[in-house]
Design a protein around this ligand. Sequence first.
Ligand code: PRP
Ligand code: URA
Length: 208
Amino acid sequence: MARLIEHPCVQHKLAIVRNAETGHKRFRELSREITQFICYEALQNIRTKEVMVETPVGPATCRMIDTDLVVIPILRAGVGMLDGILELVPTARVGFVGLYRDEDTKQPVTYYERLPPQIEGGTCIVIDPMIATGGSTVAALDLLKEHGARNVVVICIVTCPEGIEAVEAVHPDVRIYAAAIDEKLNDKKYIVPGLGDAGDRLFGTSHV
Ligand code: PRP
Ligand code: URA
């Protein structure tokens, strides 16, 4: 299931991120900000616990997060979303999955994995700005579940119906949160209109 975050603050930032004229510094800043807003929504129902806090005036019954959060950026572009989440939940643990899409086959190739131990009791948050064919997300989710993950959400910036269907077909329990669900993929399996190559735009590695 996919949830679209339509808040005007998110959509305003997304418009700037999509613009081909936006340079990598601004692209990075906005990716971080958009991710933070989406994560805020995605974590709405995580477990909290009651705590007593002494204010200067007296005891207050408060609630604090009581969930082991594990953030998993898909390298490389997912790294551009990590700081936004860690600003929101600074005690989250972080694992990494390195995947790239083979330029010819468009299939994901795994080149790195480093997950924290004992992720099965927590909530895993997979981050990647783009879910296009869905292949990279499915590969990351497969890996997480092999390591015992049971409660997983995916946060992306832009996706499309094909990507959502591919993830849902294999991992129907995983909710996707996105700032945009675009129309389609082009013949190079890029999202249209999308925002281009997210990794290149984040890190200034575009050669065009
Ligand atoms: C991009 C993006 C996703 C993937 C999406 O990464 O960040 O990981 O493509 O495509 P898919 O849904 O069809 O798998 P890319 O492979 O370009 O690697 P990068 O992050 O290193 O640039
Ligand atoms: N990867 C990207 O970075 N952008 C797309 O549109 C598709 C895959």
